[in-house]
Write a protein that binds this ligand. Structure first.
Ligand SMILES: O=C(O)c1ccc(O)c(O)c1
Ligand SMILES: [Mg+2]
Length: 608
């Protein structure tokens, strides 16, 4: 099916929007009136530009407050419509969207609405134009898709159909039953289908729609479920994204258009109209890689945590540090050579120690890379050096390199083969593994990152939570595989200029966090000090064994419980933009200690 995107979903001038849409592979666009009004290009020039870019103009919109008004008002509306149809004629747009009236002049009179829309359609027909009537969720008298359809049906005009918009429908829906009415609309009377997702927010529907729409798969709506209903009617027009979003309005159009198209590709897969290479969800974290201009503080931290340097890369300044199943690569190569140099939220390259790459244990690295490529993820060169083992890798939206790799699987190239063992004393403990890697995101990549990890890597996304930082509010949403052996909490702050929240961390799962914390401090490590007030509050919230709380207080161990179990965790000091966490998960605890995150963030601010 053809794919389209509304110009309102992208930032920039109309030319920039069209270029971004075409480059991302869209077949067409919906042109928003505002983008036309503010463009220096004449409608004919826009038409030519679209044609050059291989884009069709699938919709012109919106026309507002047309129907169910007094006769003399409707006469003025028709005059206005004639002007717009002339513009559309020059633009080469054959469908216009009319949204249900919000005007106080509009009457609650379906027969009047049908009659006037029919007259409008008569005029449109003279221009070879079709009218698609859409119910705004906040329309004055018409706010549901089935009501809009009843009016269109009553009008019975060949040039009048309806436009279905997933936001308006799903924001008002209380369950799948509400979608059944879609099946009553003949496919050829659905003139257009607009798609948007949104986070599930309890707020005024107009504000929700104008500020918080996102691409399908990024919010909480079952957009795919709705599309399946629409496809069953025989609808064969475009799948078109119409997203009003404060972040996308500011971010660069190119990457947003790619994110948008990836969303539609996944949606097409979910609705059975496109086949993609199946996801091969990672089964573990093979390694995390730190890039640093100065290895000493990093390796001191790793030694203190009980890691041993076990191997060295054969061709590059990269060391492998291991403890049990936890592996950390320390790369002292030039930052500028990193193909995915991290950028701060202000857009400048990040210096100092940064987490630049993750090795994902993949059941089928080549298949995982094929899926990533099909979903427009940049695929990185397979061999970095002449001697290196071939390794599939892709870049996440923020540039983090994701290696799709195999460890100790004889049938596949082993990333470990690029490393030569070095003599070492055994690591402190065998029972350590990477519990999670917290990946802070640039401000404009958060929704995109969630969709990427979900759709490209096949991870599941958990609920979004808000976390208070002393100087801002962070949003956090974890993605994980089914058995929890791969967990990435994705976090973003609100202020684009604030990159202090950019520090990422590696959480190490240990069997006994108290023993691990003591070993670390015994080796000279510094744990993040936690205020005494926190422990007074813990004492009020939970019951502890005699002396237990005092141990936590002394070490700076934080504590949380959920329906499943208990979580104890503590943090190292920060080196550059990286720190470590020691975590003990007991009884199937599912979370990440979100309740403690404000305390940790404040303590880190205080320590800086
Ligand atoms: O917010 C609006 O006014 C608006 C306009 C046109 C649309 O198609 C829509 O879904 C919303
Ligand atoms: Mg719409």
């Amino acid at each position: 099916m053809r794919t389209s995107i509304a110009t309102v979903s992208l930032s920039g001038s109309l030319t920039e929007k069209l270029t971004a849409a075409a480059r991302a592979g869209f077949d067409g666009v919906e042109i928003f009136e505002n983008d036309l009004l503010t463009s220096p290009l004449a409608p004919e020039e826009i038409r030519a530009r679209c044609a050059d870019l291989g884009l069709t103009v699938d919709l012109y919109q919106p026309m507002r407050d047309i129907e169910a008004v007094p006769a003399e008002e409707f006469a003025r509306n028709l005059r206005r419509a004639r002007h717009k149809f002339e513009v559309m004629d020059r633009l080469g747009a054959e469908t216009v969207l009319v949204c249900s009236s919000v005007s106080p002049l509009a009457a609650d009179d379906d027969a009047l609405a049908a009659g006037q829309l029919s007259e409008l359609a008569d005029l449109a027909q003279d221009f070879g134009i079709r009218v698609a009537y859409e119910a705004l969720a906040w329309g004055r008298h018409v706010s549901t898709y089935d009501h809009a359809w009843r009016i269109v049906e009553a009008a019975g005009h060949p040039a009048l159909g309806t436009c279905l918009d997933s936001f308006h429908i799903l924001s008002r829906s209380s369950g799948p039953k509400d979608l059944e009415g879609i099946g009553a609309i003949p496919g050829e009377k659905i003139f257009f289908l607009q798609l948007a997702d949104a986070p599930l927010l309890g707020m005024d529907v107009l504000q929700w729609s104008r500020h918080h729409r996102c691409f399908p798969g990024q919010g909480g709506f079952d957009v795919a479920g709705l599309v399946k209903h629409v496809l069953r009617t025989g609808y064969d027009g475009p799948l078109s994204l119409e997203v009003f979003n404060d972040v996308f309005r500011q971010a660069e159009a190119g990457p947003t258009a790619v994110d948008a198209r990836r969303s539609l590709l996944i949606l097409q897969e979910e609705t059975g109209i496109r086949a993609l290479p199946a996801p091969a969800a990672p089964t573990g974290v093979a390694f995390a890689e730190l890039l640093t201009p100065d290895a000493e503080p990093v390796t001191a931290l790793l030694s203190g945590l009980g890691f041993a340097r076990t191997a060295r890369h054969r061709g590059k300044p990269v060391e492998l540090w291991e403890q049990g199943a936890a592996r950390v690569l320390v790369n002292t190569g030039p930052a500028a050579l990193s193909p995915s140099r991290l950028r701060s939220r202000a857009g400048t390259p990040v210096d100092g120690t940064v987490l630049t790459a993750i090795g994902l244990e993949s059941p089928d690295p080549a298949a995982a890379a094929r899926r990533a490529e099909a979903l427009l993820a940049p695929v990185l060169p397979r061999r970095r050096g002449a001697e290196d083992a071939p390794l599939d890798a892709v870049a996440a939206p923020d540039g983090t390199e994701l290696f799709l790799c195999a460890t100790n699987r004889p049938e596949l190239p082993d990333w470990r083969a690029d490393f030569a063992d070095v003599p070492h004393a055994p690591a402190a403990s065998g029972a350590v593994r990477i519990d999670h890697v917290a990946l802070t995101q640039p401000w404009h990549h958060f929704d995109e990152a969630v969709l990427f990890h979900r759709g490209v890597l096949g991870l599941g996304a958990q609920e979004s939570v808000d976390v208070a930082d002393p100087y801002g509010l962070l949003r956090s949403r974890a993605v994980a595989n089914a058995d929890g052996s791969v967990r990435f909490p994705l976090t973003v702050g609100a202020a684009p200029g604030d990159d202090t929240a950019h520090a990422r961390h590696i959480a190490l799962a240990v069997g006994d966090v108290v023993a691990a914390a003591r070993r670390f401090t015994g080796a000279g490590g510094r744990l993040l000090p936690i205020p005494a007030n926190y422990y007074d509050d813990l004492a009020a919230r939970f019951e502890f064994a005699e002396g237990e709380l005092e141990i936590y207080r002394d070490l700076g161990i934080l504590y949380d419980r959920d329906a499943h179990g208990v979580f104890r965790h503590c943090y190292t000091h920060t080196v550059g933009r990286v720190f470590f966490e020691l975590v003990q998960r007991d009884g199937g605890y599912q979370g990440y200690g979100a309740a403690n995150a404000p305390v940790r963030l404040a303590a880190q601010r205080a320590a800086r």
